[in-house]
Design a binder for this molecule. Structure first.
Ligand code: MTE
Length: 319
């Protein structure tokens, strides 16, 4: 594995992220303490809130929404993560034994700082922030999620892309021994996503390493995943192993699979329907069955922060 240490790690940051290393210990302790509870639970696989390592030194973010977050259960049992099955309830079951350590991130392409970095070294130079974001899935449901993560813009600046870098591409781990869903060719693996450099250096996107103040559960993309709150959820690539700075627009999984239905930009846009359904309204997961669907907001309500990125771009063509 790895091994390159960024030179600007502050000692205070090393201790503040120490807990981050102890994930397995917490899971084991939790599994023992809550053994009977887990065995009797309907899903039999949820690691309950309070049983993954708590992240320390997390500061609140001005970008957080004031809306109430979804429950930990909603967020960790209703997932899209095809490497662990295509059903919403599959990832919580089939990712349970996934071991997201040791983990390295490979940085490639047009940047000054390329190479293979141990994840803990990769994360350490940056402040951990809680960002409570509205998340909107292309399937017309939504949640409010209290992520913990590091600013993608800070990461990109730190890696020093060259003037040739116009896009940032991301790839998920592609290891069928650890991710059983990869044996089925439902997508052209590995899962891929990408952003323009302007999008990646906007203050909103984060690389999330936690949820509800704790280490990220496997089914949500442990150990590190992308969160881009003004785009449909499929842009939020999970379990990232590669970050590549490219000159050309990178290929992205859903666009490769169904180009007429999923574009590169994937901005939340109530005015542009999916070819098979409307995007005008959304169902908030966890809301009462009697609740009416709520209107979807342009850019998922983050227009003030991001609309300028698309000045002059036809958003119907560039969906
Ligand atoms: N990342 C990978 N590697 N594989 C996937 O199947 N699904 C995407 C995205 N990231 C997916 C992925 C989709 S369609 C959505 S809606 C979000 O993850 C769901 O994230 P969540 O389960 O944490 O809510």
């Amino acid at each position: 594995m790895l091994i390159k240490k960024p030179s600007d790690i502050r000692p205070s940051e090393i201790t503040s992220h120490d807990n981050y290393l102890n994930r397995r210990e917490f899971i084991r302790a939790g599994a023992i303490a809550g053994g009977s509870l887990l065995a009797s639970s309907a899903l039999g696989a949820v690691i309950p809130e309070g049983q993954l390592a708590k992240l320390e030194g997390v500061r609140a973010s001005a970008f957080s929404t004031g809306e109430s977050p979804n429950s930990y259960d909603d967020i960790t049992t209703y997932n899209n993560y095809y490497e662990f099955g295509t059903g919403k309830g599959d990832p919580v079951v089939y990712a349970r034994d996934f071991e997201p350590r040791p983990w390295t991130i490979r940085v490639e392409g047009h940047a000054e700082k390329t190479g293979t970095f141990d994840l803990d070294d990769f994360v350490k130079p940056f402040d951990l922030e809680e960002r409570i974001y509205r998340m909107r899935c292309v399937e017309a449901w939504s949640m409010v999620i209290p992520w913990v993560g590091i600013s993608l813009a800070e990461v990109v600046k730190h890696l020093q892309p060259t003037s040739k870098a116009k896009y940032v591409a991301f790839e998920t781990l592609n290891d069928p021994d650890r991710m059983p869903g990869l044996r089925r060719r439902v997508l052209d693996w590995p899962y891929r996503e990408g952003l323009t450099i302007a999008e990646a250096t906007n203050p909103l996107p984060i690389l999330a390493v936690g949820l509800y103040g704790e280490v990220l559960p496997n089914q949500n993309g442990a150990p590190i995943r992308l969160v881009v709150p003004w785009k449909y959820g499929f842009k939020g690539i999970k379990s990232i192993v590669t970050i590549r700075f490219t000159e050309r627009m990178p290929k992205t999984s859903w666009n490769m699979s169904q180009p007429r239905e999923y574009g590169f930009y994937a901005n939340v846009n109530p005015e542009v329907n999916h070819p098979r359904w409307s995007q005008a309204r959304e169902r908030r997961i966890g809301a009462s069955v009697f609740a009416t669907k709520q209107p979807t907001l342009m850019f998922n309500g983050y227009g003030d922060e991001v609309a300028h990125l698309y000045d002059g771009l036809d958003l119907r063509r560039n969906f």
